[in-house]
Every structure is written in C-alpha cells, then in structure tokens.
Design a protein around this ligand. Structure first.
Ligand code: AMP
Ligand code: ZN
Length: 486
C-alpha cells in the first residue's frame, strides 16, 4: 500500500499526509449533480477530477467506498432557501412529472460520465430515497438545541452553533461581519438570523414533491441530504469529502454545521475542492449562458466551438491542468490537447510492435518513480503527463531504429503506460477501440503488402495516398506497417 500520498486539505489550507481513519479502507463522499437539467462541462471537470482521485487511491492499494449522491429534491433557486423549486419549475416547462425530470437527467448524467470513461461510484444514493434519514437527523439537531421550527419550516440556528463551533472553518471568512448582517433582516423574514438556513421547508399548496414530517407536510433543505447520506453510508467520521470550490462557502459549511450539531463530530478528515472550469475567465455555469453540454462539445454544435472534440480529447485537456488550478476553455487549447493525446496514443499503440535488443539505451524506472511522486503530490496529473511524453519520445526513438531497448525495460515501459494512461487516468484509445476500423485497416494494409510484393507500386501508392487524404498515415518499418491518425 502506498503510504506517501499528500493531499491538500481545505480545512488546514495546506497539504497533509493522507492517513485514513481505518486503512486500507477509505470512505469518500462527493457531492453529485442536481438533476433538474443536463450537466455542463464544468460539472464534468469536477467529476472527472474525483474519478482521478478515486482511481489513484484504488491503484495505491486502498479499498475505497466512494459515495456520490444524486440531488433530486429540495433544491431551490436561491442559495438561501428562497425562490422556486428547480425540479417543479423544470417539470412545468417540459410538461413532465418532477420524477420524470429526475430520471431523464440522471440517465443523461450517467451517459456523459460513461463517455468520459469514469468509474461508477460504489453507492449513488438519492435525496428522495433518504427522506426518513433526513427527518431523523433534523429531529436530533432540534433535540440538541441547534434548530428551531417556525410555522412548519425548520431552521438551523447559526448563531447558537457558532457559540461552540467554528462556522467558517472551511472558508476562514469573518463571522463577526457575517453575523452583523443578520440584524438587517427583511420584515417578512421569519428566521432568526440571516445566516440561518432551512433544514425542512413547509410545502406550498402547489408543491408537488412533498412528504409528511413531524413539522407538517414539506420537503428537506438541500444541505441536509449530504449530511444524512454520508453518515448513513460512511459513518459520522470518514476520510474524504469533496466537491467543486463553489460548494465550500455554503453547502459544505452548512454540512459541517449540521453534522456537528447532530453527532458532535466534524464529518470528514480531509475536505477537497476542485477549481472551476472557466470560459474567457468567467466560471462556466448554466446561468451565464457559457455552460455548454458535453454533447455540444463532441459535435461542435455550440456557438463557442469551432468544431467538435472527442470525449478523450476533452478528458486529456482536463487532466493537463491540476485539479486545484482554474482551467480556461478555448478552441486552441483543445486543438493542442487533441494533438498531444494522439501522439500519446500512437506511441502506446507502437509498444507491441517494438523489438527488444540485448542492451538498453533507456531506463524506465526513473520515469515511473516520477509519475508516482507527482501523483503522491496532491494528484499532480500535468506533471505525470510531462513524464509520459518522455516515454513517448523513447518509444518513437526505438521505433525509428535510433535507439535500443532491452526486454526488461520494454516490459517496464508497457507497465508504465498501462498503469498511468489506462488505470490511473482512465483514458482509452477511441481509434483502436473502434474494432471495425481496425479490421478494415488490417485488410487494406495486407492488400498493399501484396501489391508491393508484386511490384504493383501504383496500387500501393494509391492506398497510402488515399488513406493519407482521409487523415490516416501509414508507416513502414522493419517490423511491418503501422498506422496512425494525423
Ligand atoms: P450542481 O449540479 O450545480 O450541484 O454541480 C455539480 C458539481 O459541479 C458541484 O460539485 C459543483 O461545484 C461543480 N461545478 C459547477 N460549476 C463548475 C465549473 N464551472 N467548474 C468545475 N466544477 C463546477
Ligand atoms: Zn453535498
């Protein structure tokens, strides 16, 4: 088991050695999507980043229980429990039942993540499937004196909680300033303090998704679902809790408060946050109109896109940035990622075709160790990619006959690529996984070989040039003919 992993903890604002509470078991909870509409590429960046973390923890020998929820209830338009229910609003717009909306966008979310070749979580609980657990938790918080009911709605009492706990532990904001604002509550506001947030919300006559509770008919607030479901599946204290950076100030801050008010325990040892995908420096979001969908990206059908890019190109683009850095979308950056990814895949495909020599000009172990070191340094995928390109250079040098590699080093090279490109990054070759194209090209290459043997150079050139005009390059070497996409 790898015991040298350092990860950045938002709680301490520094990198810490990863020491799970109960190694080799690891509990990881990541806030999942709100399924009232399609996920955009920004959302995907966060889920791809946690997939990288999940994969590397598994690769490191840990037994990970990865819980990623589906928010299918209780999400109002305002951050502070005001506004319409997003599911009900969408249901009306699309003339569907709210649960049809939930089903439609959950399936869409799964489709998209499958295209990005991410691993499914171990458990994917839904908010609507855990109403009882949420009600039980709210009862406990009231019993402990940190929540109050007004007219069928239950609020969390932030000021009371702050007397004993640190409400701004994740963000380090100034609570005095925040609490001072609570004195300026609007006249019709029923809660005691502006920072107070709803644990349970009284249903309006038109509310469709509603449940009976000790406080009357209503529905849970957004934050309580994650506290209730993480405790149910991972316990009151677990290892990693993650999500996008935008969740730290409200959703995760409130989650910590709820869990502490219930069990007197801070739920997660390590809080991890991914940075935002931006477009021209602005965060990608549905409301900003710059939140294009993965489907639009693959086909190039969004006005911001000059053409389509494949899922693996996009995933490679995401992995080329560290998960805690912002990543700005541009057509040029994706063009470059496409070229880089093709170079990497072409080299991987050449591996089986290399002939080992008695001696070796290259040593693979330092590259392998650098990859492990980079991943152990808070999952530094861009540094791993730079190391993989060193391996690409070696593969191409040997293939071009300009260097030798021994059998032992060749095996290490194969393991390096297999471990990091496929296991840890979860990339796959979209060209060679297209088995039909492979079979057709094998056949064409064989026909060309026959033509050359018969000195029918006209046919052999016709095949080579014809394929070239389609973006497929043939390369002849002493080991036979290989192809790659240009
Ligand atoms: P939501 O469905 O809005 O709850 O978001 C699902 C996840 O995507 C959350 O973890 C968000 O923090 C994350 N997210 C939202 N916008 C972006 C973005 N532009 N870049 C990266 N992650 C994002
Ligand atoms: Zn959550």
């Amino acid at each position: 088991m790898n015991t040298g992993l350092q990860l950045y903890n938002t709680l301490s604002r520094k990198k810490e050695l990863f020491e799970p509470l109960n190694a080799p078991n690891v509990g990881m909870y990541v806030c999942g999507p709100t399924v009232y509409s399609d996920v955009h590429l920004g959302n995907c960046r966060t889920f791809i980043s946690f997939d990288l973390i999940f994969r590397y923890l598994k690769y490191s020998g840990y037994k990970v229980r990865y819980v990623r929820n589906i928010t299918d209830a209780g999400h109002l338009e305002g951050d502070r429990d005001e506004g319409d229910d997003k599911f009900a609003k969408r249901a009306k717009l699309e003339q569907l039942e709210p649960m049809e909306i939930v089903q439609k966008y959950t399936l869409g979310f799964h489709d998209v993540l499958r295209m990005f070749n991410t691993l499914p979580p171990s458990i994917e609980p839904t908010a609507t499937g855990h109403i009882i657990e949420q009600i039980e938790m709210i009862k406990e918080i009231i019993k402990n004196g940190y929540a109050y009911e007004i007219n069928g709605t239950v609020y969390f009492d932030v000021e009371k909680y702050s007397e004993e706990y640190n409400y701004t532990i994740l963000t380090n904001r100034n609570l005095e300033d925040m609490l001072a604002n609570t004195r300026e509550l609007g006249g019709q506001d029923e809660k005691h303090g502006r920072l107070d947030f709803a644990l349970w919300i009284k249903a309006k006559p038109e509310t469709i998704m509603r449940w009976a509770s000790p406080w009357g008919v209503g529905f849970p607030g957004w934050h309580i679902e994650c506290s209730a479901m993480s405790a149910k599946y991972l316990g009151d204290e677990f290892d990693i809790h993650g999500g996008g950076m935008d969740l730290a100030a409200t959703h995760h801050t409130n989650e910590i408060a709820q869990s502490e008010a219930c069990s007197h325990k801070q739920p997660a040892k390590y809080w991890m946050h991914t940075n935002m995908l931006t477009v021209n420096g602005t965060r990608m979001s549905k409301s900003a109109g710059n939140g294009f969908l993965p489907g639009e990206l693959f086909t190039g059908s969004h006005p911001l896109l000059e053409r389509g890019f494949s899922p693996m190109t996009v995933k490679f683009f995401i992995l080329q940035a560290h998960y805690r850095s912002t990543l700005d979308f541009s057509n040029e950056a994706l063009d470059a990622s496409e070229k880089g990814f093709r170079r990497l895949m072409n080299a991987v495909n050449l591996l089986e075709k290399l002939t080992p020599s008695a001696n070796s000009d290259f040593e693979i172990e330092p590259i392998f160790n650098n990859c492990v070191k980079a991943m152990n340094d808070d999952f530094n995928s861009p540094v791993v990619i730079a190391e993989l390109f060193e391996a690409v250079r070696i593969i191409n040098t040997v293939h071009d006959g300009k260097g030798n590699i021994s059998e032992v080093e060749l095996e290490k090279l194969k393991k390096l690529m297999n471990d990091f490109v496929f296991d840890v990054f979860g990339l796959k070759d979209e060209e060679t996984s297209n088995t039909e194209l492979n079979s057709v090209l094998d056949l064409v290459i064989d026909i060309r070989k026959g033509a050359k043997e018969n000195k029918d150079y006209a046919t052999s050139d016709k095949i080579r040039l014809g394929l070239q005009s389609m973006g497929i390059q043939l390369k002849d070497s002493k080991d036979g003919t290989t192809w790659n996409k240009i």
